[in-house]
Design a protein around this ligand. Structure first.
Ligand SMILES: [Zn+2]
Length: 388
């Protein structure tokens, strides 16, 4: 060793390039999971704290162990720079160990290694599963919309939508503004996949690299959005979908429907002024309709939000509140809503997820399909049986 006091410069490596032969190293990575525990030393029986979990930098996800960690600053999603991390191998996979010799500090997402699209394999959308990363996609933007969310004290804009290649569509959520426009063809590298409403969702964050491409072979977004309705039985077999269309007749309305009150913080519906997460709150009035739509092969629940409920019912939230002042019983209001939608044929497009109660559709559009009234009545009678 030289007598110089200057710290040696360690190689900064991407997680997918970690090798025990090159150790120690410098890494920048995001905490994916972190579990804190204590182990008992064999030598003197004393307890020693450690945190273990997974780190990711967009190129790979690796296990880490941090001896004598700080009490704070180990939240999921936090980005760290670790200088002097040891690389070990366990069951054929490289892992990182942070010891008293490792210097660790906070870093920003922008310091994560840039993932070049050429470094990672291209994958078809259909093959993506929750937890995947280190891939690139070539996709068409089918839909994109922005919404504002609270993250702690801060308001942030999130861009949600749908991407597709020839293999199928996937929902996405972007935490940075990539100025994605409907119809654009893009190559994406550096995203990861999580589960949202029971289906894979692609997350694009500040380290994702977006490149515009020609994409002549990619599907036409209008074609995807105009896809003809499929049978409900088929949608059930597939467990829902992100760009589905179904058509059927409204045969039921499930509670809570009509005028509901929501927690101002989390949006959950409030019962007797109590949110099950936030306790006593001032409920905010809202309109919704949980419709049961039947097409003869099966039934789905359609969770219709305020704007579409107002359109279907033909009365606004304010009018519904005014009616409630005259009719003290909110179940009468629900009955009026049901009368106005019962027996209507609707075509619904949106995403659907399946649970023990069947498929629930979160619609992006609800269209009324007009048809011969006698035929509808016959159809309903045939479906529900006489006397229904
Ligand atoms: Zn709440």
């Amino acid at each position: 060793m030289s007598s110089s006091d200057a710290a040696p410069t360690l190689p900064e490596v991407r997680l997918r390039d970690l090798r025990p032969a090159v150790s120690p190293v410098e890494v920048v990575a995001r905490i994916v999971t972190a579990d804190r525990r204590e182990v008992t030393r064999r030598s003197d029986g004393s307890r020693r704290p450690l945190v273990s979990g997974l780190l990711s930098d967009g190129t790979a996800t690796v296990r880490f162990t941090w001896w004598d960690p700080p009490r704070e600053g180990l939240d999921r999603g936090a980005v760290l720079r670790a200088v002097g991390a040891e690389v070990r191998e366990f069951r054929g996979r490289s892992e990182l160990v942070f010891t008293w010799k490792t210097r660790i500090g906070p870093a920003s997402g922008a310091e994560l290694p840039a993932v070049d699209g050429d470094d990672v394999p291209q994958r078809p959308v259909r093959d993506l599963r929750a937890g995947d990363e280190g891939f690139r996609l070539e996709v068409r933007v089918v839909r994109v919309a922005s919404r504002s969310v609270s993250v702690g004290e801060e308001r942030r804009v999130v861009y949600d939508g749908l991407l597709a290649d020839r293999s199928g569509p996937i929902a996405f959520s972007a935490w940075s503004d990539f100025r994605l426009g409907v119809g654009e063809a893009v190559r994406l590298a550096g995203g990861y996949v999580r589960t949202f409403r029971g289906r894979p969702q692609l997350v694009l964050d500040e380290r994702t690299v977006v490149t515009r491409i020609d994409g002549a072979e990619l599907p036409d977004p209008a074609e995807l959005l105009r896809s003809p309705p499929r049978s409900i039985a088929e949608v059930e077999d597939e467990g829902g979908g992100v760009a589905l269309a179904v058509e059927g007749i409204v045969v039921g309305l499930l509670p809570p429907s009509g005028l509901v009150y929501r927690c101002p913080t989390c949006g959950r519906s409030v019962t007797s002024g109590i949110c099950r997460v936030h306790g006593q709150v001032e409920g905010q009035p809202d309109l919704r309709a949980r419709l049961v739509l039947d097409d003869g092969t099966g039934a789905v629940t359609v969770n219709v939000a305020r704007a579409e409920t107002e359109r279907l019912w033909g009365i606004t939230l304010e009018e519904a509140r005014a009616r409630l002042r005259d009719l003290p019983d909110p179940s009468l209001l629900e009955e009026q809503l049901f009368e106005s939608v019962f027996g209507r044929r609707l075509r619904v497009r949106g995403s659907g997820t399946k649970d023990d109660f069947g498929v629930t559709v979160f619609p992006e559009s609800v269209e009324r399909v007009d048809l011969d009234l006698d035929a509808t009545a016959d159809d309903l009678t045939a479906r529900l049986g006489p006397g229904a």
